[in-house]
Each structure stands twice: as C-alpha cells, then as structure tokens.
Write a protein that binds this ligand. Structure first.
Ligand SMILES: *Cc1c(COP(=O)(O)O)cnc(C)c1O
Length: 424
C-alpha cells in the first residue's frame, strides 16, 4: 500500500483504517534543538521520516511550508505550570486547518501528475467544511463539493462554505447532517458515478488529515521544554482524531508524560477509561457542538495504538467530561481568573487540565489545546462572558460576501444529478 493510495481512498477495502506501519522513530536528538523550529520545519522533518523517497526532499519541503504559513503558539496561563496551545491561527480559525491544508498540499502534489480532476465530497455539520473549503480553494486539479444541512450551521460557518466560489461548491441540503452524510456515503459506492468522476473524501478518518496534527504537539513541546518538567496535553475531543494524532507522535518518540481526554456529555471515551467497557451511544446536543459525537470514528485507531489493552490506555490517558452548565461556568471563570477568552471546546480542555493538575499530578507542565477561536462562537461567548469580543479581520470580511449554494432536497438522486451537471 502506498501513501498515495491511503491519501485518495481514505478507507482500505477491508473496512479497517490506514496506519503507517511501523511508525517512524524520531530519536531523542530530534527533540534537542526543537525550540527554534516552526510548525512548517517540524512538519517537513516528520514528513521526510514518513514518506522516505516517495516524494523528493525539495518537493516535500515546499509543500509543508506552503501548507503552514501560520504558527501554533503556546500562551501561558500560569508560568511553568499551565498553558494553552492556540491552534486557531489558520484561515478558518480552527485546528482543522492544519489537517485540511496538509492534505490539500499533498493532493495537489499528486494530482499534478495526472490529468484527471479529483472530486472531493465532504459532508459537514460546521467546522470541517470551512477548513476543507479554505484549505482546498484554488488547488489545481481538485474540485470540492461540500454538503451541509440548510439552516443548521451558524451564519459564519455558512459563509466559509458558500462564498469562496471557484473550485469550491456548496450543496445546501434540506435535511439533517446525517442526511448529508448518507448522501456522501452512497456516492462513494455508486459505480456509475465513480466511473464518471474520480471521487475522494476529506473526512477525519483520512490518515493524512491526522498525521499533521501530530506536528503541533511537537511544536508545543519545543515551546515548553525549557521548564524541564514532564509535559501533559489536554485535548478537547469529539471524533478523537486530534488525540489519536498526539498518541501517534508520542509513539514516534515525543516525550509526553500523559494525555487528558476532555469531552462534553458525549463521554464514551472518559467512561471507557474508567470502566474498561466501550459503549458508543447516540450523540447528545451541547453548546460545544463540534464535539457532539457519540460514536467517535477514531476510537478503534486510538485503542489500536495501545495494543487494544485497557490497562495501557488508562496508564497513559485520563478522562474528564463537563455538561453545558459547567462549561459556561468554566468559560466565565477562565476569563475572570486568567483574562483569557475561550470557545466552549477550549474551556473544556482547560478544565480537564486543571482537574488533572489538582487530582493527580501538579508537578508537570500542562498544555491544553485551544481548538477554535472564540469568535467562531461569538453569540454564545458574548452571552456567557457578558462582554463583546473581537473578530479577526479574515473572519469579519466574510460577513459582506454573498452566499452561493445549490439547494437540493435530501435525496441521493437529486444530488447526483446536480453534481454531474455542475462538474461535467
Ligand atoms: C472538530 C473539533 C473538535 C473535536 O476534534 P476531534 O479530532 O474530532 O476529537 C474540538 N473542537 C473544535 C472547535 C472542533 O472543531
């Protein structure tokens, strides 16, 4: 199996998940002079270890630097003890930019060698679509069709999906997110459609959206290594792609002392850590809606990384979960105590870290991942904090752009027909 196959097909024919085997060993010396390296430098070095000769060194260096023109800074809340890793400095203001942009850069690299256009289909309930749209905008040889549920994504999220134009096309579906996902799934098994178009997916199951998420754990380690303390990461989680990436890079050699799985009431993984029994459930709606996942698609990958051994899992990871009331209270307290504004997801990550520091081990350097910029959830954040918050320029300008979408009923045939009409 080549990296190229895993990139374009996402899922192997046996219905498992792709993993690079064996994981490359980065070696202790790799981390010695890590402090001064940018996200792009780190991405290049790890990509080199993964791809070997499949992509030339010069091309790999070019594509990683193109993918990551932004940094992922660590901001300290309590010096030498607790910090936040800000992952929202990319174009769509959420950590999903990192995976989407790396995947786009790789696909662009491979698609330059063929003359057949790649058609990416993606269903979104909000954040994924924005990161994918912005990551793939103007990438030659790639066309992206995004399906989203009409009236069920926020205004700003909708603008991110529908205002770019060019190779990005939005299908506004009269139905739910599940309807959108069902249509995309059906498209991938439609022989007729697959004959006409070269279809590919950009969902979080794709290993090449996951791998680059390991780069920012390394970047964060570089920024806190000076304290000489064991490093603990707390990751607000839904599908558990972000956390799987952290565990993968730990297994490549990154010195991580412990992980914290922080969730909302969709707490199947914290429950598994405690009980040893994994019980997926229907998702529960919360204010941290990007984490409303009852059956996380990366759980099998995560369990596999621990050799499907509950004891090993539990020794390396603790779980904490919070309901909406606790999340609101946490956002407010974090703002008052540290003068730091968070989105609800990030607040859950920080609360999980605080709980770990007080319950289990306070002599570590804790790093909580900030998964989205608070302005992406402006109405909620302003209501909870009782104050106005700033919106970065790149998000604010979207407000004036006009929406372009193709409205369809939640029926597969309607989608197929309008996709074929629009791309052929
Ligand atoms: C997607 C998302 C998450 C959950 O990440 P997973 O990799 O699915 O666990 C958390 N916070 C925000 C803001 C997100 O967009």
């Amino acid at each position: 199996m080549s990296a190229q196959e895993a990139l374009f097909h996402s899922l192997p024919a046996d219905k498992g998940l792709y993993m690079p085997t064996p994981l490359p060993e980065l070696g202790a010396s790799f981390f010695e002079d890590i402090a001064g390296q940018s996200l792009a430098d780190i991405g290049f070095a790890i990509s080199k270890a993964l791809f070997g000769d499949e992509i030339s060194t010069a091309e790999l260096e070019e594509l990683t630097h193109h993918a990551f023109p932004f940094d992922t800074p660590v901001v300290e809340l309590e010096t030498g003890k607790m910090s936040v890793l800000e992952l929202f400095h990319g174009p769509s203001l959420a950590f999903k930019d990192v995976g989407a942009r790396y995947m786009a850069a790789l696909m662009s690299h491979y698609s330059r060698r063929t003359d057949k256009e790649v058609n990416i289909l993606v269903a979104t309930s909000g954040d994924t679509g924005g990161a994918v749209a912005m990551g793939f905008h103007n990438v030659p040889g790639v066309r992206v069709s995004i399906l989203y549920p009409s009236g069920r994504v926020s205004d700003l999220q909708e603008k991110q999906l529908t205002t770019l134009g060019g190779n990005i096309q939005a299908f506004e579906v009269d139905g739910s997110f599940d309807d959108c996902q069902a249509i995309v799934k059906q498209a991938f098994v439609d022989a007729d459609l697959n004959d006409a178009l070269s279809l590919s997916s950009a969902n979080s199951i794709n290993i090449f959206r996951l791998i680059p998420q390991g780069f920012y754990y390394v970047r964060a380690y570089g920024q806190v290594r000076q304290y000489g303390k064991p490093v603990v990461f707390s990751t607000p989680s839904g599908n558990f792609g972000n956390l799987s990436a952290g565990v993968m890079v730990q297994q490549m050699g990154l010195p991580v002392a412990h992980f914290i799985a922080a969730t909302n009431l969709n707490k199947v993984v914290p429950s598994y850590i405690q009980s040893g029994t994994y019980l997926p459930m229907s998702s529960v709606a919360t204010i941290s809606n990007a984490m409303d996942v009852g059956s996380p698609s990366n759980f099998v990958r995560l369990a596999h990384l621990y050799g499907d051994d509950h004891e090993r899992f539990k020794a390396n990871m603790s779980g904490y979960f919070y309901d909406d009331e606790q999340t609101r209270a946490g956002m407010k307290r974090i703002y008052n105590q540290y003068d730091y504004v968070t989105c609800p997801h990030t607040a859950i990550g920080i609360m999980g870290l605080e709980a770990y520091l007080s319950d289990k081990d306070s002599n570590v350097m804790g790093v909580a991942l900030a998964t989205a910029h608070p302005s992406k959830f402006k109405p909620l954040v302003e209501e909870v904090l009782g104050t106005e918050i700033d919106v970065p320029e790149r998000l604010a300008i979207l407000g004036n752009r006009s929406k372009q979408s193709i409205r369809i009923p939640a029926e597969y045939d309607a989608f197929k027909e309008s996709l074929l009409t629009s791309v052929l």
